[in-house]
Unconditional design. Structure first.
Lengths: 146, 146
């Protein structure tokens, strides 16, 4: 059954997405996605998953095969309009109790606002060559598009 | 001087972007980007460029160092709203006269509608592990978000 969690901002939906990864909670993860039939998830291995069944199966596989994951998100550049929002972020991955950061990865997260608030429409993650040159935060308030 | 080309749809802006790559035309390339100061371009090498100066410098480098490039775009999944649109596509790269396809790559292209029509706000490209399982086209009409 679909969760009724309501994310009132794209940031809330994004936080819920990364929290679900940290908890390895597949139902919570899938509840952060929009009901659009064509949701897209591109994993860092270069696979594109389209549609709820394929996206769910991919994350099920991730959660079954990984020890606890924690993703630290930084360097966000964000745009939002009435119905859609896009966040471009740097992901730093921590695996289990290993304090060594993995990645970094770059992600473009697209959110859509629907009857149940903001949810994820597309997540594109890929390996970063190095952290971006810009400072990690604070200098990029979300840009509101009119 | 900024080009006054007006792209009346996200598709038009996307076509102009890939045409500019094919022609190695830096001015035409930069004219497809929005005037937003935080435009983001993630190249397949994992570098994130933010802002017009960094994006221009990156494409100048690409065009100076490559023979003719042709990008074939397929497997598009597209969403649009009044102000923003997102296209997720498969890019197949042809270099010079070599008929062998390179890549494939996956790209998430984000467009914004402004006074000069639709322009690119963010381009995230990364290596694909293999072509997506879905058929290349025809089955994914653009989804209009309300």
């Amino acid at each position: 059954m679909k969760s009724a969690n309501l994310y009132s901002t794209p940031d809330d939906a994004e936080t819920a997405f990364y929290d679900a990864i940290e908890r390895g909670d597949l139902e919570a993860m899938m509840a952060t996605w929009a009901e659009d039939e064509d949701i897209v998830c591109i994993q860092p291995n270069g696979q594109r998953l389209a549609g709820h069944a394929a996206v769910r199966e991919s994350w099920r596989h991730v959660f079954e095969n990984a020890t606890r994951l924690h993703v630290r998100v930084s360097h966000a550049i964000r745009w939002s309009s009435a119905l859609m929002a896009v966040h471009n972020v740097l992901e730093t991955l921590y695996i289990g109790d290993d304090p060594t950061p993995h990645g970094p990865m770059l992600a473009t997260n697209v959110f859509v606002r629907g009857a149940n608030g903001w949810r994820l429409l597309s997540h594109h993650a890929s390996t970063a060559s190095e952290p971006p040159a810009e400072p990690p935060s604070g200098n990029h308030p979300p840009r509101v598009l009119h």
